[in-house]
Design a protein around this ligand. Structure first.
Ligand SMILES: Nc1ncnc2c1ncn2[C@@H]1O[C@H](COP(=O)(O)OP(=O)(O)OP(=O)(O)O)[C@@H](O)[C@H]1O
Length: 580
């Protein structure tokens, strides 16, 4: 119910359309209801009395009413569709906006597959329900009530047939609707599983091929697809089997009506036209009930979707932004972690334990440690992708939570471990870092990231189109662009999360030179598994199992930290430091 309340305001801008749709439908229904009565008069008055002029008059009357009905029906379709489609588009826009602002842990709890199903299937289901409600939900009951009233007024002798047939039809509709509602909840869940599988497969298609696992993937997809097919079949068959049953009951009603009517005609108390009109009205009643039940089913079905949409709209990001009074972040970049503890699952073990250190503006902080020791997690706390469970992070002496998220994130250049670029031109990707960046800035950033040479060789250079996931670039080229994107914003704080792993030693040395010379006032966090990348850092943090085991300069650590010494010796032995 709460979810439904959340969606109601979305129809407000389209109130006029939402009123015109059902109103025009009333005209169509009124005209449909007139037809059998006109026909009855045509038979009982015109044909019975051989009055051709009357038959023609009634025929014309039928055409005129059919035409007016047509206009009403067409108008109703136009306005109901406008209301429903725009309503759905606004919901889709807001769900997307909301999901995009989710904090990383909220995204982790909603799977990407589920979010896609919500944005596509669920929104479409709600759109269908609104469209049907505005058109058919008016049409069905109106046809039903109108036909019952007309039979009561014009063919009361046959009314007992309705008294028996209608409750039977309603009982079947109730049973089938409630059963199919339950089945559609299962369909929705199966659809989530298919979308999640699809998303995962296409994102990892190269790994699948490299490991020759197409067969395995086809088998896992077959399973989720089969579940969806079975559930869809069950739900659709449940709905479709209702129609023949309803027709059978109506046909029994027709037989009963003809039998009763024939007796009355013989007695001279009923005219033949009334029986024909009654049969028509009986079909209209069935049609009215069927369409109402279809709409009811669609509405029941859409409740699941409404709840899922409502769930997204009412989920608050765990990262709260300050609304007013946020301090303007000065261009310094002092960073301090004070006793920071963090875990991904709030009941789980801490991934970061009692992290305390200070970086003065302009310093370079190297972070090294074994895989899974928490290096990436530590830097993810800087732009508040996650918040610590306890402890605080200060930027220029102020808790980072006091800054507006926009301001905080604008001051940080983040180069993630996995270079993620978007489809579009190189220029557009660089502008991700700074919206109004000019060509000069882009060229400079590309120079700094040692990307100029390879961009120069591409068709259209900065206008070169990247494919989805930048699959038309090499790993090293992607990393260079990812770096240029961060460099272009001239950030106060720069984070390089193992971002030079796919870059050759010479280029890496050049990037390090750039960091030193061109970003003297920027605080730099460099995560690397290679000592060579952080050897010149002002301070190196050695992480092990989420704790800072040692910190200091390279020379200090060689003397004080056995872990660091071990890493260094292993790597120099392997020649990793060879270019120095
Ligand atoms: N989104 C997540 N949800 C739950 N656990 C996570 C998540 N991301 C990382 N972890 C866990 O947190 C721990 C630290 O991961 P993190 O990525 O910070 O390590 P790392 O030191 O950067 O490793 P690497 O050098 O391999 O990149 C790991 O045990 C990892 O399994």
């Amino acid at each position: 119910m709460n979810s439904l309340k959340k969606l109601f305001p979305y129809i407000k801008p389209y109130t006029l359309f939402a009123i015109l749709g059902p109103l025009l439908m009333c005209i169509e229904v009124a005209m449909d209801l007139l037809q059998p009565t006109i026909m009855q008069h045509m038979i009982d008055v015109g044909i019975a009395n051989n009055d051709n002029a009357y038959v023609i008059k009634m025929g014309l009357f039928m055409i005129v009413t059919a035409f007016i009905g047509l206009i009403g029906g067409a108008g109703s379709s136009i306005y109901s569709t406008k209301a429903a489609v725009n309503f759905a588009a606004d919901i889709r826009r807001d769900v997307f906006k909301k999901a995009e602002r989710f904090s990383s842990d909220t995204i982790d709890t909603f799977s990407a597959g589920k979010l896609i199903t919500i944005l596509t299937n669920d929104v479409t289901a709600v759109q269908q329900a609104v469209m049907m409600t505005l058109r058919i939900f008016v049409r069905g009951p109106l046809l039903f009530i109108g036909a019952v009233v007309i039979v009561w007024l014009t063919a009361r002798e046959l009314f007992p047939v309705l008294v028996v047939v209608i409750p039977i039809l309603m009982a079947f509709i109730y049973y089938f609707s409630s059963q199919s509602g339950k089945l559609f909840v299962k369909v929705q869940k199966a659809m989530d599983a298919v979308n999640t599988k699809l998303q995962e497969t296409f994102a990892g298609i190269r790994v699948i091929k490299a490991f020759n696992r197409q067969g395995y993937e086809q088998e896992t997809f077959r399973k989720v697809n089969e579940t969806l097919t079975k559930r869809n079949l069950a739900a659709e068959q449940m709905i479709l089997s209702l129609m023949p049953i309803m027709l059978f009951v109506v046909n029994l009603g027709v037989v009963a009506g003809m039998w009763m009517g024939a007796i009355k005609v013989n007695e001279g108390t009923l005219q033949v036209g009334v029986i024909l009109a009654f049969i028509n009205y009986l079909n209209i009643i069935m049609h009215g009930l069927m369409t109402s039940s279809h709409v009811l089913m669609q509405i029941t079905r859409s409740f699941t979707s409404v709840n899922r949409i409502g769930q997204v709209l009412s989920t608050e990001s765990s990262i709260q932004d300050v609304v007013t009074g946020a301090p303007v972040l000065e261009t310094r970049g002092d960073v301090e972690f004070r006793h920071v503890n963090f875990s991904y699952s709030k009941n789980g073990e801490h991934v970061l334990k009692d992290i305390t250190f200070r970086a003065k503006a302009g310093e370079t902080i190297g972070i090294i440690g074994s895989t899974g020791s928490g290096k990436s997690t530590l830097v993810k706390l800087l732009p508040r992708l996650y918040d610590p469970d306890s402890g605080e992070i200060l930027i220029d002496g102020i808790n980072s939570k006091a800054y507006s998220l926009k301001r905080l994130r604008e001051s940080i250049g983040f180069i993630p471990q996995k270079a993620l670029l978007f489809s579009g031109t190189i220029e557009e990707n660089l502008r991700y870092g700074k919206e109004d960046a000019g060509l000069k800035e882009m060229k400079e950033a590309a120079d700094f990231a040692v990307a100029t040479e390879f961009i120069g060789k591409l068709d259209g250079e900065f206008a070169h189109e990247l494919m989805q996931g930048a699959t038309n670039l090499s790993g090293g080229q992607k990393q260079r662009l990812s770096m240029a994107r961060a460099f272009i914003r001239q950030p106060n704080i720069l984070v390089l999360d193992d971002s030079t792993s796919a870059i050759d030693a010479l280029s890496e040395a050049s990037v390090q030179q750039v960091l030193k010379q061109c970003y003297p006032n920027t605080t730099k966090f460099i995560i690397s598994s290679k000592v060579s990348s952080i050897i010149d850092a002002d301070q190196i943090l050695v992480l092990d199992d989420g704790r800072i085991k040692a910190s200091g300069s390279h020379e200090e650590l060689l003397l004080t930290s056995s872990i660091y010494r071990e890493i260094y010796e292993t790597q120099s032995g392997k020649g990793v430091l060879s270019y120095e």
